[in-house]
Design a binder for this molecule. Structure first.
Ligand SMILES: [Fe+2]
Length: 282
């Protein structure tokens, strides 16, 4: 894989606590009352001024249904970032500033080829063009994880500019162009297979995509996870928190642990790392 410096985690401890409170239906007051951790210390942590100890985070983890090992690692600024091993194809993470954050799209293709598959389109064609690798001159397909402005901008322009013959979106999504690919279906591009997994929760229509290479036994795959799971966190459960948890559980157990995760925000990680450390790990 081409070498890319890892970006910062998408979520800090405060973001994780806030998301976990929403997922659990607890108020900060109720969390303080049932754990004995002072409300002011919980509130400070949510406001990014945490000095919560690991012992306090372990108390908070139970009622919030969080993985205390990962929560403690995140709280101490030491969330593990796994070594990303070689994949049997090339991956170009395309990191595009959006608002106060960064959204990721990904190109995947055979190393040395001028053709690739694009996963998500970022905020629009200009943002995408600014980070586009010169070696990729044509697309075989575009796949969208979900239709939000920072991930699906300018899909039709991208399709036209790079001559992508097909574009796929999750069932139920509307993107101006592109057609739905159902859960469990695979499309092949040369030796690369792309399989769709319907993973609602962050959005009603959300897909993850697993990229594998045929004839590469033992070769790890790439899971393009959109806003379902990030290194150290999950996407907001804007559609349905129960479905988000179910989709997370399904996805982290449906693919081999060595699978590399390529999330919509933040750095690459692995399924094994997130199963072990992600605070929301099932
Ligand atoms: Fe996003």
């Amino acid at each position: 894989m081409n070498q890319i410096l890892p970006p910062a985690l998408e979520d800090e401890l405060g973001d994780v606590l806030e998301k976990a409170l929403r997922l659990s239906d607890l108020s900060p007051e109720a969390l303080a009352a049932c754990t004995g951790v002072p409300l002011a210390r919980i509130s400070d942590a949510i406001d990014y001024r945490s000095d919560l100890t690991c012992a306090e985070l372990q108390k908070l983890a139970g009622p919030l249904a969080l993985n205390d090992v990962g929560l403690c690692a995140l709280g101490s600024g030491a969330y593990p970032k796994p070594e990303i091993g070689a994949l049997p194809f090339c991956v170009w993470p395309l990191r595009m500033p959006h608002g106060i954050g960064v959204a990721n799209a990904y190109l995947v293709g055979e190393c040395g080829s001028s053709r690739a598959i694009l996963f998500d389109t970022g905020a629009g064609i200009d943002a995408l063009a600014a980070v586009w690798p010169a070696s990729v001159r044509a697309l075989d397909a575009v796949f969208l994880t979900h239709v939000e402005p920072e991930h699906a901008g300018g899909l039709c322009e991208v399709v036209a500019r790079f001559g992508a013959p097909v574009a796929f979106i999750p069932p139920g999504a509307t993107a101006g162009c592109g057609g739905p690919i159902p859960d469990g279906e695979t499309r092949s591009f040369g030796p690369l297979d792309v399989t769709a997994f319907f993973t609602p929760g962050h959005a009603a229509a959300h897909h993850c995509y697993l990229v594998t290479r045929r004839g590469s036994p033992g070769g790890a795959g790439l899971l393009v996870s959109g806003d379902l799971v990030f290194a150290g966190s999950v996407g907001g459960a804007y559609f349905c928190r129960d479905k988000l948890r179910a989709s997370l559980r399904r996805m982290l157990t449906a693919v081999p642990p060595a699978t590399v995760i390529a999330p919509g925000h933040g750095p690459l990680t692995t399924v094994a790392n997130e199963l072990r450390y992600n605070p929301f790990s099932p």
